[in-house]
Design a protein around this ligand. Structure first.
Ligand SMILES: *Cc1c(COP(=O)(O)O)cnc(C)c1O
Length: 550
């Protein structure tokens, strides 16, 4: 984090904010020299940035976050300009980029954020250059109809309705097949919002419904004491946020037990439903959520069975496919998502397995009238009957993400995405086998998609665990948890690679917290050679800390 701007030949004249230089940044440069300058500035963004990133992975010990924070302690805004564009770009490339996280490295396999295709930088730049605001037609025009089209394309991928359905809805100003939101969190929130408002609608007697009257009034009017959302205990935390924001309370987002494959236990779910039904407190089930690719283990709930349960009980069925949704593009693996078409609403994150730049959440609805419950109008925008996309949307102003998604789908084809997805799933299977082959490791979850959890647990200890009683197991696991935790931190800080960690609840009668390594395989450049090196490094760290362990 050095500052090179005051070299001997770089004596700069003092920058001053005046009208003529200010107005220049709004005018398109007409002469060749100034145009070339602007083009020149784009080059280091395309190439320089990557060169710098390529040398590093993760947050290394060399420069701790605490040391870095010391460079970011001034809160004084300068009155006059501090830097010109080229200095700012150089600064970002030389001083910021090297200390950012190289999520694009094939050795970075810890999170759901990874490399994106190069063309995304071009597409994102076009979105910025056009700077459309999709909240209303008057600031986006063609982009609004383009958005409706790309939403329909993904809807069709998920729901496979007939041609007539899409003919009728694709450009229908009154119906909504889905919408873009900031991220998966807001997609889940939107789905729960729509479910809540459909569950607690206006009445014939003039009661205006939950959106207008608020949660307390609606509970009184309907004689309800609480609303709950049921989801496996591997549900994403965004559902609890939605519980808080929607006023039902996040403790009413109820975690349901999972089986040994981390899928929601249907008998536990059925028991909860039965209990709620005979509950005199009058509890309403707002939604049941199936997960298509849990964040921690990548596993998929039995989507078809969940769909039947929801249909039988007339409950809103939401599928959180933020991670696993794009699997549907693979002919080979789409069967894993069977039943997703039964969902009343589906969450997909474009910035995960559609390899979109940050951020691109989406939510889809089976019934194109489902979002009517959350329509908002005003006199200056979103007038009734207009095509304004902001009418049914948590967000107001937003960027034209549809341009990026639509272009990416054209460049890649579903086959391109399928190849990426199949490669990740198949690499995960090989990696799982490699973990099983190594005596120091224990595979915790078999991959269903492309997320794997495992830990350090030498064969001899695995055998001890088999014969240990509850207390002994607890002690052994605590020790192993500590080891896995230390190795994860040391590996991260060494900066050669990055694997994340999480804590899973394992076991049947006695649940135990197990700290595991978590690997998310989505970078097409991550191969077995790299994954073996990552395991080698973990083994090496384990041997290194072993003496202390004894
Ligand atoms: C990532 C994820 C989310 C939330 O996504 P953000 O885009 O981080 O808000 C929700 N559900 C699941 C299953 C996820 O994997």
């Amino acid at each position: 984090m050095h500052n090179k701007k005051t070299g001997p030949n770089k004596e700069k004249k003092k920058l001053v904010a005046d009208w003529s230089s200010l107005i220049r940044v709004f005018l398109r440069p007409e002469n060749e020299t100034s145009r070339n300058t602007l083009v020149k500035y784009m080059r280091p963004i395309l190439f320089g940035l990557h060169d710098f990133l390529n040398q590093h992975v993760g947050v290394t010990r060399k420069f701790s976050l605490k040391d870095m924070a010391n460079y970011f302690t001034s809160s004084i805004l300068s009155e006059q300009p501090e830097k010109k564009l080229d200095d700012v770009i150089t600064d970002l490339i030389e001083n910021i980029a090297p200390h950012a996280v190289n999520i694009a490295s094939p050795y970075f396999v810890g999170h759901m954020t990874s490399a994106i295709p190069f063309f995304m930088v071009h597409l994102k730049t076009i979105v910025t250059a056009l700077n459309q605001n999709v909240v209303k037609l008057e600031t986006s025009k063609v982009v609004s109809v383009l958005e409706k089209q790309v939403i329909a394309k993904i809807h069709r991928l998920l729901y496979q309705k007939e041609d007539t359905f899409y003919d009728e809805n694709i450009q229908n100003a009154h119906t909504t097949l889905g919408c873009f939101v900031e991220d998966g969190t807001l997609a889940n929130l939107t789905a729960m919002w729509v479910a809540r408002d459909n569950l607690l609608p206006p009445t014939k007697e003039g009661f205006e419904g939950v959106e207008s009257e608020g949660i307390l009034a609606v509970y009184n009017a309907y004689g309800i004491e609480r609303c709950v959302v049921l989801v496996s205990r591997l549900g994403h935390l965004s559902l609890r946020k939605a519980g808080g924001l929607l006023g039902i309370g996040n403790k009413n987002v109820i975690p349901v037990d999972v089986d040994e494959h981390n899928r929601i236990k249907l008998d536990s779910l059925n028991n909860i439903i039965k209990d709620i039904k005979k509950d005199e407190k009058n509890t309403k089930i707002l939604a049941i959520v199936g997960i298509a690719g849990t964040t921690e283990t990548g596993t998929i709930d039995p989507l078809k069975e969940l769909g039947s349960i929801c249909a039988e009980n007339n409950i809103h069925y939401h599928v959180d496919a933020a991670w696993g949704g794009p699997t549907i593009m693979s002919k080979k693996y789409r069967h894993l998502l069977k039943g997703i078409e039964l969902a009343d609403s589906i969450t997909i994150d474009g910035h995960k397995q559609l390899y979109m730049p940050m951020t691109c959440g989406m939510v889809y609805f089976k019934d194109p009238a489902r979002m009517d419950a959350v329509a908002y109008h005003s006199n200056y925008i979103n007038r009734p009957g207009s095509v304004d996309l902001g009418i049914k949307s948590v967000a107001g102003s937003r960027e034209a993400n549809s341009i990026i998604l639509d272009s990416a789908l054209k460049i890649m084809g579903t086959q391109g995405y399928a190849l990426l997805i199949e490669h990740s799933i198949e690499t995960a299977v090989k990696f799982a086998q490699e973990i099983k082959n190594r005596p120091d490791f224990q595979l915790i979850t078999e991959p269903q998609l492309n997320i794997i959890t495992y830990r350090i647990c030498p064969l001899s200890i695995q055998q001890q665990l088999d014969y240990a009683d509850h207390e002994q197991r607890k002690a052994i696991n605590q020790r192993l948890n500590e080891i896995t935790r230390i190795i994860q931190i040391l590996q991260r800080e060494a900066g050669n690679s990055f694997v994340s960690r999480t804590t899973l609840l394992i076991g049947n009668s006695h649940k135990e917290e197990i700290v595991v390594f978590r690997c998310v395989l989505m970078n097409p450049l991550t191969d077995m050679t790299i994954l073996r090196k990552i395991l080698d490094e973990q083994e090496k760290i384990y041997r290194m800390i072993l003496p202390e362990d004894r």
